[in-house]
Design a protein around this ligand. Sequence first.
Ligand SMILES: [Mg+2]
Length: 275
Amino acid sequence: MASGSSGPNWPPIEGIISDLDGVVYRGNAAIVDAIQVFGAWQAAGLPFCFVTNNSTHTPQDVVRKLEGFGLSVAPKDVVTSAITAAELIRAKYPDLMRVFVIGAPSLVKAMADVGLEVTDRKPQAVVMGLDRQITHEKLRIAVEAILNGAAFIGTNPDLLLPTASGYEPGAGATITAVAAATQVKPVIVGKPEPHMIETALARLGTARGSTLLIGDQIQTDIQAGKRACLPTVLVTTGVPPREDPLLVPPDFIVSSLEEIGVRPAPVGSSRQRRA
Ligand SMILES: [Mg+2]
């Protein structure tokens, strides 16, 4: 595949928004060239922000993991579906106080961090993410609250997650179960919805047209990027991209982040680059 100036016609790039799993690491193994490229971008002063549908890790958890691979970033450089769910509740339902959470401790923490009371008593919203300790009782509380008028928010729509030995059901599978029981459609936070991309863009303060979205999945990453009107790059990790005529294709396809031709955007092209 071509690279750099002899390759595709890359737009001027002043910021990067990137997926993590399948782009920067695969499970617990670093994708070495990707780590090196992010390190080079950091050294060159190119700002980036990671976005992950995974609600079971805090930004601090991700920072520690990347640190172990030799890439040093700050918690503000990581946007999770849990953090975005909390921000979305605060923005969309400013008077809401009590939420019931089905999810990991990181999702409970994200809610508490924006001042929400996490409770099973008269919750005004139900927030669902991946919960490996899910029980019928939790599902009952969620269903009852939603039928009583609580807002219904899901962190991410992923139905199936790869594991070391096969697959496990993702958050989307249990969110779908509650949606089926209540006949209420949830607000979904994660990719392919654009909410996390908007959160990351606001943190970077870069212009949409010159902020590159990098992901390894057309169904989630690329669709979210296109909905937010960003140029998009699909990085293939050995698995050929699945063709689907209903999905918007990526603007660029690379087999390694090293192929991305970064040239700086003209000075002053960004409306409000953060200091
Ligand atoms: Mg991925």
